[in-house]
Design a protein around this ligand. Sequence first.
Ligand SMILES: O=C(O)C1=C[C@@H](OP(=O)(O)O)[C@@H](O)[C@H](O)C1
Ligand SMILES: C=C(OP(=O)(O)O)C(=O)O
Length: 446
Amino acid sequence: MRPNRSAGGLGFAAAVRFDPPASGLRGSLRVPPDKSISHRAALFAAMTPEPVSVTNYLDAADTNSTLAAVEQIGALVQRRGAGELLIRGCGLRDAHESDGPIDVGNAGTLMRLLPGWLATQPGRSWTFDGDSSIRRRPIDRIADPLRLMGARIDATDERFPPFTLHGADLTGIEYPMPVASAQVKSCVLIAGMTTAGGTTVIEPAPSRDHTERMLAAAGAPVERDGNRVTVRHVDELGLDAIAVPGDLSSAAFWVAAAVLVPGSRIVLEDVNVNWTRTGFLRIVERMGGIVLGDLEEHGAFTPGEPISELDVAHGPLSATTVEAEEVPLAIDELPLVALLGCFADGETVVRGAAELRVKESDRIQTVVDGLNGLGADIEGTDDGFVVRGGTGLRGGRISSHGDHRLAMLGAVAGLASREGVEVEGMDAAAVSYPGFVADLDTLLAR
Ligand SMILES: O=C(O)C1=C[C@@H](OP(=O)(O)O)[C@@H](O)[C@H](O)C1
Ligand SMILES: C=C(OP(=O)(O)O)C(=O)O
């Protein structure tokens, strides 16, 4: 049976209702292409002097901002069909100055990675800006290492967009990162590949490694030694083709929905199962949820990313604790851990996740307020949350606060609740998953 869903309102304020379905989610689905890998595909293609073919590129607001940005600095993007692009780049040392500011929209990844490349262009400057959410997100985390390498960055209140970046001939550094952030690591490695002696970043804990994999595929010498990642000098990148796999962070919403809604059994196809992204699946498994898939690192996709199907069924859950070292491996899925915690026996705790406070919204505050408003018993801490679970959710109304992951969290909460949930600002899902509601219809139609 179709869910009872009604939409009202205009623009970002549109509210959409998600009711518990009469039977579970069923069938198979291809989730959208990976957002992190799509951003990197466009950026790396733009840095490459020869044309690069990209297939299965994510057509969503964030990754469209990246295409617009690379066009603004001189790359030509030919759109050949759904998700199919041919990108003719500028080469590593010839990014053009842009007429106006580069608008990163809502995309933190674009705002933190592109400066890594542009900082290497001596004598040229660019201004970056974005939406109201991006203007609250710090850039000192990339400005500090880029300044140590020789670039100049003038930021609003020292650490926020809009900011202006002045490129320079950079010097290599060895950089112990104060936060476990794949965006900072990627920025420094991208900048580092033009430095004479190379550049090393030291991660406090492993984070997603798509940049390292793409660097290696493009011929940039990159090595890992424990938590140290070093990139060495390269004159130009060489890449022919990039095929983007399915996004685990988007798949995670269906994993949670299938685990929570009685009678569910679904298969998600061609999902990227890079170990640095599958922390959420390990957490779900620890809570007693059943997700079957081939999570070994083989079956490589281009360039060097493993994929698998995920076979997920409804089942009971028990509480778990997520500690700091697991956080970067499941960072964007932690709101879903809070939701699962509401249905799990015992107390679910997430610690060491203060980074959630500087995402598209303060995801500790918005998750805690949002789920408590639906009948949860969840308490925020400085660096995470504590959920007293087992009673499920009544339902009610939740705001996305313009945050795509909050919007989709609200939808899944509605499916799992007793009385249904109205999500205010569901349109925010278009940042990473424009087809979310249509895909839900597919899983409810079987
Ligand atoms: O490198 C990336 O593509 C990303 C890294 C993570 O951010 P941080 O590096 O800030 O943790 C993640 O939250 C974001 O959605 C995408
Ligand atoms: C935090 C996210 O992305 P970004 O940092 O690129 O805005 C996200 O997608 O949840």
